[in-house]
Design a protein around this ligand. Sequence first.
Ligand code: BGC
Length: 604
Amino acid sequence: MATVSPQVESRAAELLRRLTPAERLRMLAGDRDLYRDMLDAAGPERTAPLYSAAGAPRLGLGGLLCVDGPRGVARGVSTCFPVAMARAAAFDYGLEERVGEAIGREARAHGANVCLAPCLNLLRHPGWGRAQETYGENSQHIGEMGAAFVRGLQRHVMGCAKHLACNSIEESRFTVDVRVSPETLHRVYLPHFKRVVDEGVASVMSAYNSLNGEWCSQNHRLLTAILKEEWGFDGFVMSDWVFGIRDGVAAVNAGLDLEMPSRIFMDDRVAKALERGLVSQSRIDDAALRLIRQQVRFVSVGDGEYGAEIIACDEHRALAREAAAKGVVLLKNEPVPRDEGDGPGRPLLPLDPRSIRRVAVIGRLADVPNTGDRGSSHVKAPYVVTPFAGLRAALTPFGVDMVHDDGSKSERASAVAAGADVAVVVAGYDYRDEGEYMGRFPPAGFEKLLPRPPLRLVPKALMAAARLRRGQGGPLQGGGDRRSLTLHQAEEMLIESIAAANRRTIVVLVCGSAVLMERWRHAVPGILILWYAGMEGGHALADILLGARRPSGRLPFAIPTSADHLPSFDPDAAVVEYGELHGQALLDHRGVAAAYPYRFGLTY
Ligand code: BGC
């Protein structure tokens, strides 16, 4: 599908004509310096820069200026929205379009013109560390959510659909080869990307992993035959960051248009290959044209109002709260008789603040800012309303006494719960449990491929790499895949003891995908999933628990009763086969019931 008008097309073609062959070639890689960036990234004061590329100042072409990402702008201070998975649970495409638009506006206010979102990788297994960045297990839903996000975002900046394709194991993302039949690829793993391409997304990011024996960034079938020829994509394809390609010549020939964020492999080896006829001038021209075309298209996009006051403005905060509340999924809400012998009565939720004297909010996650992983999608929020703070703000005006206990001492926490009318246990994960991960630096397989750093930087770069590896400083902290799908054992035990101390116990789950709850879900009358709910999450939780808003979220994936009911998942595997079935369809095929099926969600 053509994304641009004939006028834009002819302007882009004219600009291309005015570029020298050397300038065209230079467009194919980002402007950052790998080793400098490595030092900066490991430094204590890191704020993400604007990653620039493909400019031609001589012709007035400002270039691409990129920022992440999927839950808000990952630069400076910005509105932190609930993660994409939480928004997926709202099943509300109009809402997602508004979130995309707000992120686009803030990206522009930060000086960017490309936002590295949405992430469209299908959730094949809930252990995937970056599950929170995507929209669930269902291709059609992912496609509609992604399209809505792009519709809103692209009123202000270019979008980037990532990571093409089958990037859904985190810890082996640089090495794993995903094997998948052409039928399954087209039926399950690609339609959502096509949907967002049809929506007119300006760019696509290739994945780190390899697909059917070829690295995605060097995969001609994926980037050229399918994306550009079959789907008619006329935007540009960028590599995933830093270690996204291994061979510049192979990448450009396969259809990759831009190596990001620095020139590592798109160097004079590509120029030499061009001289020798191993790369065609028309391919280089096509890549440059694609990069120019989208820049020309977006020069006139926007409403011109991008002052700093947009960032985390009242409207965006209200939207973050609305999105967080609409994403909450109520899984269980049973009546709790007040005294033995009472009739069943009404369900525990919503709470009536006038009939409560004291609420205990318990757990290590109850009163800490916890907006998701600390990888590339991490957003620095101006503040974060924790679950405890949100409930306190809503309940204290009614004279309700609010107590918090971090749950570290089970007996103390049980006593606190026993002394309250209602106990809310906040349990789940944080950035140490799941998220983007850069374990080895450089990743396996790159040691011999990388050019040597400038001599004077060698000692510093080695120290920086070691610091990054140890997880000290740097953008990528903790994270990785979840090898167990239950809560931490101590937290499961805490839930059991709180439930024993107070029959009116509600468990609030903070997570990015499915949690196995078999050990404790029958012991409590109330369960809901809050997700990583963004900077307004605590207020949104209060809105739901007190009934200011009715719960309307539904699960964007099935929650099984056992990990055995899922496809196999091995974050260390070198090769993995992606079959036809996963999620709800796999449970149905195996004839096993879900704990909570796809699209499950209660209301009141
Ligand atoms: C991630 C991308 C991200 C990029 C830039 C990579 O490590 O995989 O999702 O957009 O970094 O931060």
